[in-house]
Write a protein that binds this ligand. Structure first.
Ligand code: NAP
Ligand code: G4F
Length: 327
């Protein structure tokens, strides 16, 4: 019998790659989406357009416990991947309330629904390296203390605590993946890597003159989303649930990303970047670097696509995208 997976956040970067990955493994894939996505299909379902006929979408809301219970009872999933979240750190400073509400309550409602209505479902929670925030140790692993620096980071620490508590208190199969930044041509335009790759393409094609950025010295451990969704699945295939850091173990600054991206189209980044202090965050996460040795040892996972190829993939894809769409 084919396994059944339920994905929250299926319209996002990771949700779309995960859905494709699970379809290849012959899962029946179901996704929870917001009503707005159903109303505005061409725009909001763009990442799913090639697989729309192969998946089943259900309208529900992470803010409504009842709507989640209904879907879980109907779908009876073997595996639940909880990726839906207000995922943009900068926005979480502007709207703490909805970030905390969606991200914390959404996770709590799902866990509670699983406990009471589907206790055999395995649960994956999308934790984040933002939980380490103002880092206490370099590199960060599963034992590094958390010091979140935003409502987003706080919501992910709470989601992680809830996930562990449901595992320990109710013996449910619940895991947190503590994923470091991962990008791709499907990244949202608000995140710095996509903002840069998209601007590089537009500048090269004569549609834009400058790109305006904030903190160029922030350092991140950037991997490719395609590799990271595989790690999510691997976590749910083990006998015992556990938490894992997923990262590349290599760090680069925003400046490094921009320099490489511009150089790939033969341009010098210094001529095209302007700094706007309004884009600096009230509390910045200056440096993140992951130690994924536990995932390597236990899951036999390691990243396949490294920095240079990630940047190339994004720039080449955005050149095609801009030529095609004019946007
Ligand atoms: P993304 O592209 O921003 O996708 C977020 C998804 O959550 C979208 O499907 C979005 O739906 C949905 N969503 C947002 N607010 C919602 C709400 N109120 N109710 C229901 N759904 C809502 O994010 P991603 O990069 O794929 O990341 C997936 C998950 O991993 C997120 O939880 C994120 O916080 C976490 N994470 C990401 C990274 C990373 O580097 N990408 C690293 C660590 C952790 P709409 O399409 O309707 O907006
Ligand atoms: O691309 P970012 O917005 O990603 P950030 O804040 O690291 O968060 C992403 O990764 C987390 C994992 O660590 C996820 F949990 C989260 O959901 C999200 O996917 O910013 C990266 C860095 C920051 O230091 C920011 O200050 O880039 C810096 N930056 C500089 N100029 C900018 C800009 N960020 C954005 N978005 N836009 C800029 O113009």
């Amino acid at each position: 019998m084919a396994k059944i997976a339920l994905i929250t956040g299926i319209t996002g970067q990771d949700g779309s790659y995960l859905a494709e990955f699970l379809l290849k493994k012959r899962y029946k894939v179901h996704g929870i989406i917001r009503r707005v996505a159903l109303e505005d299909k061409t725009h909001r379902l763009w990442r799913l357009r090639k697989i729309l006929k192969k998946i089943t979408l259900h309208a529900a809301s992470l803010e409504s416990y009842a709507s989640l219970v209904k879907i879980i009872q109907r779908v009876k999933p073997n595996e639940i991947y909880h990726l839906g979240a207000q995922s943009y750190v900068d926005y979480s400073f502007k709207d703490e309330f909805s970030t905390l509400n969606t991200n914390i309550n959404g996770t709590h409602y799902l866990l509670s629904a699983i406990k009471d209505f589907s206790p055999k479902s395995k649960f994956y929670f999308a934790g984040s390296s933002e939980m380490f925030g103002k880092v206490k140790k370099v590199p960060q692993n599963e034992n590094t203390p958390f010091y979140p620096r935003s409502a987003y980071g706080i919501s992910k620490v709470t989601g992680h605590d809830l996930t562990r508590n449901y595992r320990e208190a109710y013996n449910l199969y619940c895991c947190t993946g503590i994923l470091f930044n991962h990008e791709s041509p499907r990244r949202g335009f608000e995140f710095v890597t996509r903002k840069i790759s998209h601007s590089v393409a537009r500048i090269k094609l004569g549609l834009q003159r400058k790109v305006i950025l904030g903190n160029l010295e922030a350092k991140r451990d950037w991997g490719h989303a395609k590799d990271y969704v595989e790690a999510m699945w691997m976590m749910l295939q083990k006998k015992k649930p556990d938490d894992f850091v997923i990262a590349t173990g290599k760090q680069h600054s925003v400046r490094d990303f921009a320099k490489l991206a511009f150089s790939m189209v033969g341009l010098n980044y210094k001529k095209y970047i302007e700094i706007d202090k309004n884009l600096l965050r009230p509390a910045e996460v200056q440096t993140l670097l992951g130690d994924y040795s536990k995932a390597k040892r236990v899951l036999k996972w390691k990243p396949k696509i490294l920095f240079k190829n990630l940047v190339r993939d994004m720039v080449e894809s955005d050149i095609k995208f801009v030529k095609r769409s004019g946007y």
